[in-house]
Design a protein around this ligand. Sequence first.
Ligand code: GTP
Ligand code: SPV
Ligand code: MN
Length: 583
Amino acid sequence: MPSSLPALTHWVETVARLTQPAHIHWCDGSDDERRALTAGMLDNGDLLPLNPQTHPDCYLHRSHPDDVARVEHLTFICTENRDDAGPNNLWLAPDEGHTRIDALFAGCMRGRTLYVVPYCMGPIDSPLARCGVEITDSPYVVANMRIMTRMGAAALARIERDGHFVKGLHSIGELDPERRYIMHFPEELTIKSYGSGYGGNALLGKKCHALRIASWQARNEGWLAEHMLIVGIQTPAGETHYIAAAFPSACGKTNLAMLIPPQAYREAGWKVWTLGDDICWMQPGADGRLWAINPEAGFFGVAPGTGNKTNRNAVEMLHHDAIFTNVALTDDNQPWWEGLDKRVPAFDWRGRPFDPGNGAAAHPNSRFTVSARQCPSYSPRMEDAHGVPISAIVFGGRRESLVPLVFEARDWCHGVLLGAAMASETTAAATGAVGVVRRDPMAMKPFCGYNFADYFAHWLSFEQPETKLPKIFHVNWFRKDADGQFLWPGFGDNLRVLEWMIRRIQGDADAVDTPIGLLPHAQDLNCDGLDCNPDQLGQLLAVDRDAWKAEIAAVRDYLQTFGERLPAALTAELDRVEAALGG
Ligand code: GTP
Ligand code: SPV
Ligand code: MN
């Protein structure tokens, strides 16, 4: 018997009866298994080999052209009570959800292999980690799960010890957008995903488990499951401050997590340590501080825009043992995307000879999958069972106007409001229009597995006499001038903003008190060596009262959609900010 846990073997048998696979394979995560899977995918065309001289053990996967991003309009939270899912989620009653999706699963694995993928989100020995098992008929998913999670025998052993696990059932089905659903049953700790092989739709440990199901568990158990990077900033004095930051999809988490300090900072002794680029699980420790782990083991990062100038660490980690999805190819079979370098690709992401008339060569949501250990700034503390203590939480979005470069919340409740009021221009990470401003509280709009009103209340509940909570900040790297050019250089220079935060944490910097929060004095932002004139800095740090009154009114309209469940403390905080702005 492949597992000693009856609940697991019984579930696998039930799924096999429904889906009718030709074979069942229990994944152990070994190298032999990886080699055999890779050989099979090279045979059937799921993977294409890349240049073995420049990119040993790297492969290209081209997904179906209609299956290139998350599908929020097909993603459901199925709870007994509709209000528990909230207006922020699409909802179905659990019975209806199971019936609809099981009809698609019936017989769908005929002639295929069913893979049983045991995985652990977080270090195997961590009390903060949680396990799951994904059943899938996609070897590409197995290969990605092996990089993105602690997958295989060790995870199975922990599952057998724990006696419980999150169940995730996945099939690529026909890859037909008309026969596609991503369903979550938080009360049953179950996920069912059909008809997509892409990223967050198919690697069920990631958004489905580590955010949607985990956020539900976190609320019941007193912790937080967030769409946040974790980065360690080591100052010249040798202290490391850990910062968690929530930006919506394709808004800069991977880049901030592995930023390279500007030269003068490097020479002065600043260092950056990468702990996570997408998901953060946090809970108060015995000392009252929030302690965080990254539940993932790898990065599924956005390729376009990743180059030596923007994110050299990422470029360097992608030269071996990486999977590329929907990128372009050079004439000597190297992966390529817009923003990598000046070469002209030979083939676009669909495999057609490159023709600029067909649009970008790499899909805007093309991605790389790579183990975190390959990152030059990898922090060994990623393996710490108890995680790292968080000094600051940062919220941010893509806003070409209005929102200043950085401001600080006056206290926890104000910080929760800043998170709840977040908005950002949409990106290619999800299907649908790009560049439209939408409300995206805490960057969790697509990922919160329950009613946002209850989620805000949960956040507020962390303020207790015994907790020592991090400071909360809001940033915006994406302000543009009248000509549509970014006002702030971004990327490595974002460390200048983080430095101000650290000085605030240490009590070493003053701030300007404004109705929206605490802003730096222009002279307190280190702009040495930057091509940023006083006028630009003035625009980046300006608070336009009339425009902010309109913004606060829009936030109020949005928050009112949550009705009576919205915590009164949040509304009171909004009233306070509105009054400070002058009504
Ligand atoms: P997900 O993996 O979808 O959750 O995205 P992410 O938040 O990790 O975003 P990522 O760091 O991959 O950045 C997405 C895009 O934003 C890339 O094209 C980057 O080049 C660009 N970007 C990141 N940081 C900055 C910045 O500071 N300034 C500007 N202008 N662009 C940035
Ligand atoms: C995101 O969209 O926020 C991602 C990529 O990190 S996916 O895995 O597709 O969710
Ligand atoms: Mn993400």
